[in-house]
Design a protein around this ligand. Structure first.
Ligand code: ATP
Ligand code: MG
Ligand code: FE
Length: 345
């Protein structure tokens, strides 16, 4: 089947076309430049940008796929979580295409999309697998038996900030451009990761093994920088960035491999925007190999939000024979990840 996916949960307008599990066309527009001067994504600005970008992105994705709307078998769309106004634009468009093209509509959980992104480059997901989701708004360790057919088990979640959020906040403290994640990744390459010993959250033996906490680390970085500023000393930005990044990466990789051990699971997936981090990719590859765990991370451009990842979930749903959604499907800005689709409260 040919499945079109639409993603509009944040600042990225993404459309992807998947045929029989293979990505055949895509388009992506971002309104990040419009948000950068505010130091964060402005929901109303994002929604308006989606409204302008969506139809051209759809036309471009179909053209690149070499198909017309008549070839499409189903529409999948992010129904949550995300910014309410941004989600509404994608959902309204998906319903309109569903009616106009006479094809079924599938509402998809955004985070399931991040997981399914990996199938586009690396083939069917390993069942079962341990999944580390590290994105702008979420950080969770999951045990996935079968993404579209079984409930998703949460082994642990962050108790405060998401990993991406910590990168973005520390980026701000260091005066780097928004979003902080890519900026820290870049500048950390010139720094010494052992220059400053920042705390590794919840990693003592008595701590919950699979939960995360990054707000203490973020505060520690802010205090360290403030102390330097008060003393009138220059801030070694690259060293702070590299030391902070290593503190995050250490905890993420340690807990992910511990979860693999506890579940006796030989397959680990790392997904979401922070999975684009070069140091995380490097350290995870090294330690997973040493632990005898097979590691999969989506190709770089499919770590952050994109349309193909939603098409990928949609394709899995269609193939598994899942029932489509009614046109009354609503957006849920704070949907919890329990399944590949939204689960009514
Ligand atoms: P969510 O998926 O939780 O709803 P989101 O969709 O906004 O949130 P993503 O698009 O998955 O998040 O990822 C964006 C986050 O990834 C941002 O916090 C960004 O700083 C971070 N990020 C992107 N690239 C990198 C990188 N190279 N290193 C570290 N963090 C990165
Ligand atoms: Mg984004
Ligand atoms: Fe995301």
């Amino acid at each position: 089947p040919v499945v079109v996916g639409i993603e509009t949960s944040c600042d990225e307008t993404g459309v992807g076309v998947v045929r029989d599990g293979e990505l055949i066309g895509e388009a992506l527009a971002s309104s990040m430049d419009e948000h950068a001067r505010f130091g964060g994504v402005v929901p109303e600005v994002a929604a308006r940008a989606h409204l302008e970008a969506l139809v051209p992105a759809m036309e471009l994705a179909l053209e690149r796929a070499g198909i017309t709307s008549a070839d499409v078998d189903a529409i999948a769309v992010t129904a949550g979580p995300g910014l309410a106004t941004a989600l509404q634009v994608g959902l309204a468009a998906a319903k309109a295409y569903s009616i106009a093209w006479g094809v079924p509509l599938y509402g998809v959980h955004h985070l399931a999309g991040h997981v399914a992104a990996d199938a586009l480059a690396h083939g069917a997901l390993p069942n079962p697998c341990v999944v580390l989701i590290v994105s702008g708004g979420h950080t969770s360790l999951l045990y996935c038996r079968d993404l579209v057919n079984d409930p998703i088990e949460h082994l642990g979640d962050t108790l405060d900030d998401a990993a991406g959020e910590a990168f973005d906040k520390v980026g701000r403290v260091l005066g780097l451009p928004f979003p902080g994640g890519p900026a820290i990744d870049r500048i950390a390459k010139e720094g010494n990761p052992t220059a400053i010993a920042f705390p590794r959250g919840l990693s003592r033996p008595q701590d919950p093994p699979f939960e995360f906490s990054f707000s203490g680390l973020k505060t520690a970085v802010a205090r360290w920088v403030e102390a330097r500023e008060r003393a009138g000393e220059p801030i070694p930005v690259a060293d702070v960035a590299a030391s902070f990044q290593d503190a995050v990466v250490d905890v993420l990789v340690d807990k992910s491999l511990a979860a693999c051990g506890e579940r006796q699971c030989g397959d680990l997936l790392i997904v979401g925007g922070v999975a684009a981090n070069s140091r995380l990719r490097e350290v995870a590859a090294e330690r997973a190999a040493a632990a005898g765990v097979r590691l999969r991370i989506p190709a770089l451009k499919y770590c952050t939000d994109n349309g193909p990842m939603i098409a990928s979930v949609g394709h899995m749903l269609v193939v598994s024979g899942a029932a489509p959604d009614a046109l009354s499907l609503g957006a849920d800005p704070s949907a919890i990840l329990q399944a590949a689709t939204l689960v009514p409260a």
